[in-house]
Write a protein that binds this ligand. Structure first.
Ligand code: B12
Length: 214
């Protein structure tokens, strides 16, 4: 079994120490961190989600799988983040109120750090007021709102509307993402940008910055 397959299996089984070892070994085999994440880790979480929807997995299995994924991410983070944090700008990130999922949001944070952004991570279950407070304090170029369950999508719409109506937000662009978020939803919610994954979120942010400069 290849190392990415082993990593995939260990995440599904929620084996955090083993996932760490596999992530380290994959790096030693010169596999790029991004490939390790997409082939060995994200795909495992997708499978866990499928098993949950088929009633083969329950909450505890989802929980331990996310812990194993986070353990693997810890190993990869230094290879993605590098040392040049801050030169590209600042982003305030958080998972929307009512939602406790943070693996995807943490990956987005990691990629933004890797692209040279200073990341202010507000964590999970973040209210629109808390997002606004942080924008006021930090003056970021971007705010990123993550949502993983369909029931919290109305909270995203409400938060975007609330932030857009505030003068404090000014030129700060609002990005939205998460598994149930679609380009159509993002447009209807009047967000400035949407990305299906952490890698393309950076491209969207760069495009928005370029648009401002022109
Ligand atoms: C792990 C997990 C959990 C863990 C979360 C632990 C944690 N610390 O995050 C726990 C056990 C807590 C959990 C709880 C629940 N979960 Co859950 N969970 C998952 C699971 C299996 C994986 C999520 C994940 O980590 N994915 C991996 C990451 C890397 O992917 P991602 O989050 O999508 O992020 C990527 C992109 O979406 C994007 N992105 C994400 N955020 C942002 C933000 C911005 C700004 C941008 C640009 C991009 C972006 O970039 C990321 C990286 O590439 C998913 C299944 C799935 N396929 O999503 C179900 C899933 C999301 N959960 C689900 C459900 C139902 C629940 C519960 C309601 C279950 C319950 N009965 O209590 C609770 C909700 C609790 C709450 N209030 O939030 C459903 C949601 C269904 C729906 N349509 O609403 C899913 C889809 C499972 C399923 N198939 O039914 N869950």
């Amino acid at each position: 079994m290849g190392i990415l397959e082993q990593l995939y299996q260990n995440i599904i089984k929620g084996k955090a120490p083993e996932a760490k070892i596999c992530a380290q070994k994959a790096l030693e085999e010169n596999i790029l961190p991004q490939e390790i994440i997409s082939k060995g880790m994200n795909s495992a979480m997708e499978e866990v989600g499928l098993r949950f929807s088929r009633n083969e997995f329950f909450l505890p299995e989802m929980m331990v799988a996310s812990r194993a994924m986070k353990a693997g991410m810890e190993i990869l983070e230094p290879y993605i983040v590098g040392e040049s944090i801050g030169h590209a700008g600042k982003i305030v990130l958080g998972t929307i109120e009512g939602d406790l999922h943070d693996v995807g949001k943490n990956l987005v944070a990691m990629m933004f750090k890797g692209a040279g952004f200073n990341v202010v991570d507000l964590g999970i279950d973040v209210s629109k007021e808390k997002f606004l407070e942080s924008i006021q304090k930090e003056s970021p170029q971007f705010v990123g709102i993550s949502a993983l369950i369909t029931t919290v999508l109305p909270n995203v719409v409400e938060a975007v509307d609330y932030l857009k109506k505030s003068e404090v937000v000014g030129n700060c662009k609002i990005l939205v993402g998460g598994a149930p978020v679609t380009p159509e939803f993002a447009k209807a919610a009047k967000a400035d940008g949407y990305a299906p994954d952490a890698g393309s979120a950076i491209q969207v942010a760069k495009t928005l910055i370029a648009g401002q400069v022109q």
